[in-house]
Write a protein that binds this ligand. Structure first.
Ligand SMILES: [Mg+2]
Length: 263
């Protein structure tokens, strides 16, 4: 009998990738107005430079372990009470400016001051563009009647809470919200999944994890024996991590829960 559902946040309930895309589009259009650059080429160049820079900093192993991606680094403030987050907070202003300046440079434009301007614009655009999947609230409305709901998200508490503040309708659905940066380790570490079971006062057989990332949500759940549902909206290829169930839309959870509850 399933008694609780653990949801991932980004790209499971919130459409983070679309928000990032829209923020890039809006910011790159500013550059198009000034320098007549191809906005898509600039976006691609900045994404590439950002990934490279991000992995060159001493904070990289920490951001990997907690689960904070390079594009979150382009808009998060990381005002978290922890030495690693303080390092990240100190690095990100330079990181952003460099990522945008180098992206411009890759297109032949040397203007670090404008790079800074774009770097400051991106976080503003990201905040303006929160997207939720069309079915998110209907599904949560349905499920909250029968199950405890727990939100389990990798990231900086400051940044994940910012995402929740700009989509305030989500928080009331959840009995518990667990953010890896506050816990100390991120998915797929088994300890954070065991922590959720403790919070719920349930056994592993009584919960189900729903998430879009095979290497964090599904791998972590399977390591502790929690039923896993992979939400694969965009036909991603499978890898060696095998989810118990695969869906394309959150409403497909209903028959899965019915089946598990009959066992
Ligand atoms: Mg996710």
């Amino acid at each position: 009998m399933i008694k609780a559902i653990i949801f991932d946040l980004d790209d499971t309930l919130l459409w983070d990738q679309k928000s990032v895309k829209e923020a890039f589009t809006a910011t790159c259009q500013v550059a198009q107005q000034k320098y007549n650059v191809d906005p898509e080429a600039l976006e691609e160049a900045v994404r590439k430079e950002a990934r490279e820079l991000y992995s060159s900093y001493e904070t990289y192993p920490f951001t990997q372990m907690i689960g904070i991606n390079p594009f979150e680094g382009l808009w998060g403030n990381f005002l978290d009470d922890d030495d690693n987050f303080r390092k990240l907070k100190d690095i990100v202003p330079t990181y952003r400016k460099e990522a945008w300046s180098r992206g411009l440079k890759a297109l032949g434009i040397h203007d670090p001051e404008f790079g800074y301007e774009l770097a400051e614009r991106f976080p503003v655009e990201r905040r303006k563009n929160p997207f939720v999947y069309e079915e998110t609230f209907n599904v949560l409305d349905e499920l909250k009647e029968k199950y405890q709901l727990l939100l389990l998200t990798n990231g900086s508490p400051d940044l994940q809470n910012t995402k929740l503040e700009i989509t305030p309708e989500l928080v009331p659905y959840f009995h518990h919200i667990v953010i890896s940066g506050a816990f100390g380790r991120g998915k797929p570490d088994p300890s954070i999944f065991e922590h959720t079971l403790t919070l719920l006062s349930l056994q592993k057989e009584e919960v189900i994890m729903v998430g879009d990332n095979l290497m964090t949500d599904i791998l972590g759940a399977s390591r502790v024996g929690i039923h896993s549902v992979w939400i694969n909206r965009h036909n991603k290829e499978r890898n060696e991590v095998i989810p118990d169930y695969e869906i394309k839309h959150l409403e497909e959870l209903y028959p899965i829960l019915d089946t598990l509850n009959k066992q």
